[in-house]
Design a protein around this ligand. Structure first.
Ligand code: ADE
Ligand code: ZN
Length: 351
């Protein structure tokens, strides 16, 4: 069958037939960035936290960012409402429900422990809360998951080491480590030691690089931190030799198009280099970053680039295929092959 009468979902029921329904993995998603204003106010009331906004409309009004730092200030501030393990469970359940409705079949989820421990919330509380949701994810939402613990690059290397140490009793829940927060002035090499320690513990490694920072940070993340994926990597396009290397080594880049517009890395979606990156042979994926703040979840990012860049169904399918290829699902894990065959079988139709 073709078109909107097709049966695309895992249940066999008729579902969306555009980029939203396309089965995909989300590989660049900060769970704290899924905190919608309604949940923020509900948690604030429950936890006795006073927010400096009159209501959800006033909070949404504040989502006009001039750069990464202006977003981070609000993002860390709003985390004040996240206090108990249940808060983290609810936050994650809400994300998984939305992600499932946008075709996500596998999610590799970032969290920022230092943003919570700094407020007196123990890392164990955070991980327990996230895990309570993730453990039921496949059964409830049809989404397999991995958890990636990020270090804040504008905090010290010692703080990152202490965070890894504090997380040691919970490492069975954690697949890898990442590096995020304010990029410029905080080059990857600052975190050499903690990445070496993470590798010795068998953790996978990724890092944000080339979002606002220069292409040189991407090289450094590969050479010094030994990362397997680059989060964003947008600015690699300024360095043709680096692009050649990323293509040759098949290093995945986890792009976040709506985020790039909202944080002013680019002016409008039509200027996004995604098409040029695909044409160059880069292994790019499309993700949502902080969807509650940037105007959409991963399916909305797919819709956005299709409309702004005129991507064909086959190009969208390539992006979905890339997302599973770039995931940390084991090569011989049956889910990987199953998801890839779902991508091939997907029937695009009019939305
Ligand atoms: N933390 C949450 N979102 C981020 C982004 N886009 N860049 C760096 N750190 C982040
Ligand atoms: Zn990010």
């Amino acid at each position: 069958m073709h078109g909107p009468t097709g049966s695309n979902g895992p249940t066999g029921l008729t579902g969306p037939t555009g980029p939203t329904g396309l089965p995909k993995a989300e590989l660049h998603l900060h769970i704290e960035g899924t905190l919608e204003p309604e949940l923020a106010f509900a948690l604030a009331a429950r936890n006795g936290v006073t927010l400096p906004y009159a209501d959800t409309a006033a909070l949404r009004e504040a989502y006009r960012f001039s750069d990464l730092q202006s977003f981070l200030d609000l993002y860390y501030g709003l985390m004040a409402v996240l206090r108990t393990a249940e808060d983290f469970t609810e936050l994650t359940d809400a994300y998984l429900g939305r992600a499932a409705a946008q075709g996500v079949r596998h999610a590799e989820i970032f969290f920022d422990p230092q943003a919570h421990t700094a407020r007196g919330v123990p890392v164990g509380t955070v991980i327990e809360g996230l895990s309570a949701s993730l453990e039921r994810s496949e059964e409830r939402y049809g989404i397999s998951t991995r958890l990636i613990m990020c270090f804040l690059r504008d905090e010290s290397a010692e703080s990152a080491l202490a965070t890894l140490e504090a997380a040691k009793p919970h490492l069975d829940r954690i697949t890898g480590v990442g590096l995020d927060s304010a990029e410029v002035g905080h080059p990857p090499a600052k975190f050499r030691e903690v990445y070496e320690a993470a590798a010795a513990l068998g953790l996978r490694r990724v890092a944000h690089a080339g979002e606002e920072g220069p292409a040189a940070y991407i090289r450094e993340a590969l050479d010094v931190l030994g990362v397997e994926r680059i989060d964003h990597g947008l600015r690699c396009m300024e360095d043709p030799e680096l692009v050649e290397r990323l293509v040759r080594e098949r290093v995945p880049l986890t792009l976040c198009p709506l985020s790039n517009v909202r944080l002013r890395a680019i002016d409008v979606l039509a200027d996004h280099p995604l098409r040029a990156m695909m044409a160059a042979g880069l292994l790019v994926t499309v993700n949502s970053d902080d969807p509650a703040y940037f105007g959409g979840y991963v399916g909305d990012n797919f819709d956005g680039v299709r409309d702004a860049l005129g991507l064909t169904p086959e190009q969208l399918r390539e992006l979905a295929r890339n997302s599973f290829e770039a995931s940390f699902l084991d090569d011989d894990e049956p889910r990987r092959a199953r998801y890839l065959s779902e991508v091939e079988a997907y029937e695009f139709g009019a939305e």
